[in-house]
Design a protein around this ligand. Sequence first.
Ligand code: HEM
Length: 379
Amino acid sequence: MIPDWLGALFGVPRARTDWRFIRNSLRRCERMPLYRTLAGSVVVCRSDYARRALIDSESVLEHLPAFWQFPNGAPIPEPACAELNRWVHHSLDRHDAAEAAEIAVSRIAASSGDLHRACLLAVTESAGSILRTDVDHALRALVRSYVGELFHTVVVGTRRREHELRARALARKVAPLLAAHRDALPGVLAEDGALSGAERGELYLRAVTAFVGASAVAMAWLICALSEDDLAEVDLSGAARERIEQGPPGPVAMELLRLWPPAWQHRRRVLRDHAIGPLTALRDDDLVIPVVALHRHPAEWANPRVFDPDRWRTDPRPAAFMPFALGPRACVGGRYEIRWLTEVAGHVPTLKSLRLARLSKKPCVTAVFSPPRCEIAPG
Ligand code: HEM
């Protein structure tokens, strides 16, 4: 099964979810941290059970790749998957998070219009040296069009069939450009072999979404948090705002990922019946870890709805914090993301100077959890 927050990227149908769904799950998890839904999901909102489940030392869950799949949702061969993850890992290890953050922030500062699109495009520019869009203008144009016009619809929940078809067509145009970058891109993307041209194009665009998607959403939450008084049921008036503006950037980044985690639930299919505390998860159930609810659960956090960077001084590794999942298929970009978001949070004065007009009060809940739609006024 495809991880929920990414699965919709290329049109795999998902159960309908929205902000009301998350709010209901928050309330329910507060009353009952472990329960089974009528639809056959086992919901686990307790850090000890959730960690054990994701680490899965008894191999009772299915762990399919999050990004590296064929358009029909089938996973690509494991060696290709490993090569792609190694490339991501090495690229991020060498990538300068401070410089990347500076590029993203300067782009945002010069943007106007839809906030989500502006963040996606700003982060795309900051990943240019990895994606090769900094040296290849044709590739850059295609990637910008993919991110700004098509991937944007996934993030804000307006994706239609026509967008999927356009994404496929765009992937076919991308594929022939990749061979020129065989020195910098992994072989599996640059040359026909394990994968055909069209598949390589698709996969390259998935890599783009890996480098860009969740980071852009995290930046959008920060920008909104600097101008909203109430953001997805977190009170940001008065002292809370000061804590964002004046708090040390590292703990501010952690609080952003805690209260507004872009990957709002982790989902795995159950392969074998097994016990989770008093419940039995049955083969073919979905095991769901509702990350937003876990990150705000009163049994796991003191004053969970308060934006409090200080809590990270008392406990730098809270067991209930899992924005990047854990275990097999955990995020390979997590460590980099924290460095990058910390750098972005160091640019509060610039980000705060953006003037936002809110178009909705409700966060966008699609494959990712992102802030309500708003517009940046021209500077
Ligand atoms: C706020 C930022 C990010 C969040 C919240 C996030 C979250 C996640 C999560 C939850 C997963 C596991 C999905 C699952 O199996 O259920 C994942 C996988 C992955 N992430 Fe991230 N991620 C972030 C940033 C990044 C960045 C910057 C990269 C860089 C390319 C990245 C690359 C990947 C890759 C390649 C995988 C798939 C690993 C595999 O299938 O073996 N992520 N991410």
